[in-house]
Write a protein that binds this ligand. Structure first.
Ligand code: BGC
Length: 372
């Protein structure tokens, strides 16, 4: 009897010990210290970044590393706080899309001091050497695609051209505009387009390549700050000021989907605008529906799944002590940051189903009126 009790209690101790072992090993599958990879995204208010969160979560489902995603809600102060929180959780790699590319330098410098590897995600952090890698889409190609779409769909001469841009605190806004200007400028110079809403762009219309300062001047007049409301107000002001010669069939360079939809709504409600071609980017669901409905002409599809795979690929290489593969570099004002770049796809009514539904990116039942 006593022997049985002894065996049972020994067995219980063994079970307890094994349980403790299992608990230890499951908490160490991520990082010895807690979270291995910290991810900081700019805002939940734009579907673009919620899409990135979703794709990160899908990709991380089976990862052996622990990760945490935090949003900065459009505030550089909140972003700094997020980075500090993740540093305190013991991250080894930080993946971050800055709210403001220059302001984020301080946050990543404090991460770097702790020996954390910093990956700039989609937007480049500028003027600091505390960025190790940059994963990005080809942003100049995004702007070129938008400009080219307007050119391909312009009829005749003297087509009024309305220009809009992203936030000047985002390096990408310059890259998009640079790409668009590269293809549009010769067509402005040859009289296909006439600029409707920017005296700065008008005075630079014979300059093929704009300096950063010149672009800043134009952006100063036509920025949307990536804010659909600001875009709407600007478009309303521009159309109110425009004479009859700047209406009729018009072309609109809108920098992304959120701003494109609100700008498109304003142009659609002006009776003197008989037709408009308007660009976008991100393939946000609401804009895909706008494209299907003929309310937004195109969007540039940036497959976030690829960006997530690239960012996590670099992070895992770093965690495993390997050297990540890169395809080029970007000058951030302080250093050439090793970069991995992804191509983009132009989507309009003709290929929307093929590129976004048949490819498995979205489901058909998320939209109405899709044609076979
Ligand atoms: C991104 C775009 C996005 C924009 C506004 C840019 O940096 O590349 O995809 O639409 O920010 O959030």
């Amino acid at each position: 009897m006593r022997k049985t009790v002894k065996i049972v209690s020994m067995l219980m101790v063994l079970i307890l010990f094994m349980g403790m072992l299992a608990a230890c090993s499951s908490s160490s599958t991520g990082s010895k210290k807690g979270v291995s990879v910290g991810i900081v995204l700019p805002t939940k208010d734009e579907p673009r970044w919620v899409q990135d969160e979703k794709r990160f979560k899908e990709a991380l489902k089976d990862s052996e590393y622990t990760t945490e995603i935090l949003f900065s809600q459009g505030s550089s102060a909140k972003e700094k706080e997020n980075v500090e929180t993740l540093i305190n959780k013991g991250i080894d790699v930080l993946i971050i899309t800055p709210q403001d590319g220059a302001a984020a330098a301080a946050a990543v410098e404090s991460a770097k001091k702790e020996g954390i590897t910093v990956i700039s995600y989609d937007r480049l952090i500028t003027n600091t050497d505390a960025v190790d890698y940059y994963v990005t889409f080809d942003s100049v190609a995004v702007g070129e695609a938008q400009g080219q779409y307007l050119i391909d769909h312009a009829e005749g001469k003297d087509v009024p051209l309305y220009l809009y841009a992203g936030a000047a605190s985002d390096n990408n806004a310059f890259l998009f505009f640079e790409g668009a200007w590269k293809v549009l400028q010769p067509k402005i110079a040859d009289g296909t387009f006439k600029i409707a809403n920017s005296s700065e762009a008008e005075s630079l219309k014979d300059t093929a390549e704009l300096s950063r300062d010149e672009m800043s001047k134009i952006l100063g007049q036509v920025t949307t700050n990536w804010d659909p409301n600001e875009a709407k107000n600007k478009a309303q002001t521009h159309l109110t000021a425009a004479g009859a010669d700047m209406k009729g069939n018009v072309a609109v360079l809108a920098p992304n989907d959120g701003t494109a939809r609100s700008i498109a709504d304003v142009f659609a409600s002006d009776k003197a605008v008989s037709s408009y071609v308007v660009t976008g980017q991100d393939a946000e669901k609401a804009s895909v529906q706008y494209v299907v409905d003929g309310k937004q002409s195109m969007t540039v599809f940036k497959d976030v799944r690829t960006l997530v795979t690239d960012a996590m690929g670099i992070a895992v290489d770093v965690l495993d002590g390997k050297t990540p593969e890169t395809t080029g570099s970007y000058d951030n004002g302080k250093k050439d940051v090793e970069a991995k770049q992804t191509e983009v796809i132009v989507v309009d009514q003709d290929n929307v189903k093929e590129e976004l539904i048949d490819s498995g990116y979205y489901k058909a039942d998320e939209f109405t009126g899709l044609k076979e």
